[in-house]
Design a binder for this molecule. Sequence first.
Ligand SMILES: CC(C)(COP(=O)(O)OP(=O)(O)OC[C@H]1O[C@@H](n2cnc3c(N)ncnc32)[C@H](O)[C@@H]1OP(=O)(O)O)[C@@H](O)C(=O)NCCC(=O)NCCS
Length: 206
Amino acid sequence: MSCQIKAVDLTRLPPADEILSQQEAAFFQTLRFPKRRVEWLGGRFALKELVRACSGVSYREIEVLPHPSGKPVLRVKGEESPLAFSITHSHGWAVAAVSADERFVGIDLEKIEHRLDAWAKDFFHPSELTGTGDVFLTALWTQKEAVVKVLGTGLSLNSYDVRCINGQVSFFGAALAAYTRLGSPALTLQTDERLTGFMFTLAHGH
Ligand SMILES: CC(C)(COP(=O)(O)OP(=O)(O)OC[C@H]1O[C@@H](n2cnc3c(N)ncnc32)[C@H](O)[C@@H]1OP(=O)(O)O)[C@@H](O)C(=O)NCCC(=O)NCCS
């Protein structure tokens, strides 16, 4: 498998009008909060850098458009692209991943911060809590979020219905139904401290 991954520093983005298509720019104008604006732009810049490198088209011919499901749609020269992709942002960084030969890609980046036990018990099924500490819990969080991005559901489902236990994923309830609809792909999780002070997970499968 090959997934290309690109991280961009949100303080070093090109001007929006250099990278956004007309339709993207119209949506960008509707975003009011500065943090949301810069993260939205940064995610698009990271993804467009990757797509541009493999297809040679210009930034404005690559469009990452919002979709009611939450999972954006990628269009290249007006056509929906078959590339699998995912976007995440956290604390000053945006990261994108793209793959031409994997059908499913989901990524998540989270800053390593203090995590309360009560939060962990609420969010993770007891079977997932095979370790302790902020690095472990942040890594587990990135795994779960990367997987729900593969499913395309986001966290609209019960977080107990996606269980990441020692790097293996299992599905229950509505998550199992969503996973089955995708054709039950074998998913691999790769988790690392890709940026200092952050945990990152790439979930991918065919
Ligand atoms: C999708 C979700 C896992 C994102 O996690 P997050 O840590 O908040 O945010 P991240 O920065 O990692 O990821 C955001 C990106 O995920 C992508 N994304 C959003 N919804 C998605 C979905 N359903 N499937 C796949 N990808 C999705 C988008 O590209 C988004 O970035 P963009 O809006 O700039 O394009 C989670 O936030 C979620 O499920 N949100 C929707 C449901 C929800 O709980 N809403 C509460 C609103 S108050």
